[in-house]
Design a protein around this ligand. Structure first.
Ligand code: TXA
Ligand code: MG
Length: 348
């Protein structure tokens, strides 16, 4: 298949610019589109065969459900049984980087929900995503637009690396502002449960809901016999080809470790900006200042891909803090590193 590419200015996009993209979706094709979190690989959520095409294009197991993207929070009622908690979350955080799991209505095919009786609903704030949903006239099922097991793409070039020849059209709307996938909250049980941390932080959720639980898989390693609340959590995820090792410990000791690692091995380093002067620029991939978690979220996946392309034998990165947006960074990095953390205690 030949993949077309189209650039759009998010500041000036209109629904008319997306006539062709909307038609492709209505006819069962696949369109990659930018969102404020990461790029999505979209198909008509109400068309079972479009959902199957999405799984095939990603190389993803078809029991891993897709997120249904809608233009307005109220549209959720057509596809899901909404509750008061949904309305509270919608008025606080939608449109924006939040996905909510609700019981699904029959109109949504089980092919879209990976066989589940629940559905993930998200109303993105990105103007191109919004215009695309309006132009197509259908809800858009979209996972992140990476091949299964790769970091989510945050720019059109990273999308093309994975999806060229696999989709009908790639819409280029520039780099994704946030850079990490949406926060996912399940409203299926008695207490709202955070399944995937993102830019809508745990603290922000707790400001509007009386109680929020955190699913154990957010920070921990799942044992094979544990029940999985979100099927996506059980798959190897965000993983570069080279092994990734997270470094934990005193900032000076970690930097000394990195300096030694650069002279003794074929490593790539995802470093903080403050560390640049002490390191050589060989395979060095800065992710922002140590305290600037938003910058790190924005840069992380693109730099992880770049580090991987550099042909390093190993990728070193810092273990993120677990507070605020740090929890989302921690959750992604711990998966990229397959839970490999090196504690730097003493100089070796
Ligand atoms: O920011 C985002 O959420 C991006 C953009 C494109 O919107 N999308 C995204 O989709 O990250 P994906 O498929 O890569 O991740 C969706 C996650 C998966 O882990 C999946 O298992 C979970 O959402 N999920 C979807 N439907 C679910 C459901 N009914 N119950 C539990 N988890 C669900
Ligand atoms: Mg994904």
């Amino acid at each position: 298949m030949i993949t077309k590419r189209m650039s759009l200015d998010p500041e000036a996009v209109s629904v008319r610019d997306l006539d062709e993209a909307g038609r492709i979706l209505r006819e069962g094709g696949l369109v990659v589109f930018p969102t404020e979190t990461v790029y999505g690989l979209g198909g008509n959520a109400l068309d079972a065969s479009a959902s199957q095409k999405i799984y095939a294009a990603k190389g993803r197991p078809s029991d891993n459900p897709l997120i249904v993207h809608i233009a307005k929070p109220e549209d959720a009622e057509r596809f899901a049984i909404v509750s008061d908690a949904y309305r509270v979350l919608a008025s606080a955080f939608m449109p924006g980087p939040l996905t909510v799991i609700l019981p699904k209505k029959d109109i949504v095919p089980v092919q879209t929900t990976g066989g589940l009786s629940s559905v993930a609903i998200r109303c993105p704030s990105h103007p191109v995503a919004h215009a695309l949903i309006e132009a197509s006239g259908v809800p858009i099922a979209a996972p992140s637009a990476n091949l299964s097991g790769k970091p989510s793409p945050t720019c059109a070039d990273d999308v093309a690396e994975d999806m060229d020849g696999r989709v009908d059209l790639i819409l280029d709307g520039g780099p994704s502002e946030i850079g990490l996938e949406s926060t996912i909250v399940s409203l299926l049980g008695p207490v709202p449960t955070l399944l995937r941390p993102g830019a809508v932080t745990y603290d922000a959720l707790c400001c509007v809901l009386p109680r929020v639980e955190i699913a154990p898989a957010v920070t921990g390693q799942l044992s094979p016999d544990e029940p999985v609340l979100s099927p996506g959590l059980k798959y190897r995820h965000y993983s570069p080809n080279a092994p990734c090792v997270l470094l934990d410990g005193n900032a000076d000791e970690v930097l000394r470790f990195l300096i030694r690692a650069q002279s003794g091995s074929n490593c790539a380093i995802l470093c903080y900006d403050e560390e640049i002067p002490a390191l050589t620029d060989q395979r060095l991939f800065p992710v922002g200042k140590r305290e600037d978690l938003s910058a790190q979220a924005h840069m992380l996946f693109a730099q992880l891909r770049a580090a991987d392309r550099s042909g390093a034998d190993v990728i070193y990165a810092h273990l993120p803090p677990r507070e605020g947006l740090g929890l989302a960074l921690y959750n992604r990095m711990i998966r990229a590193a397959a839970h490999t953390v090196k504690h730097i205690e003493n100089p070796q």
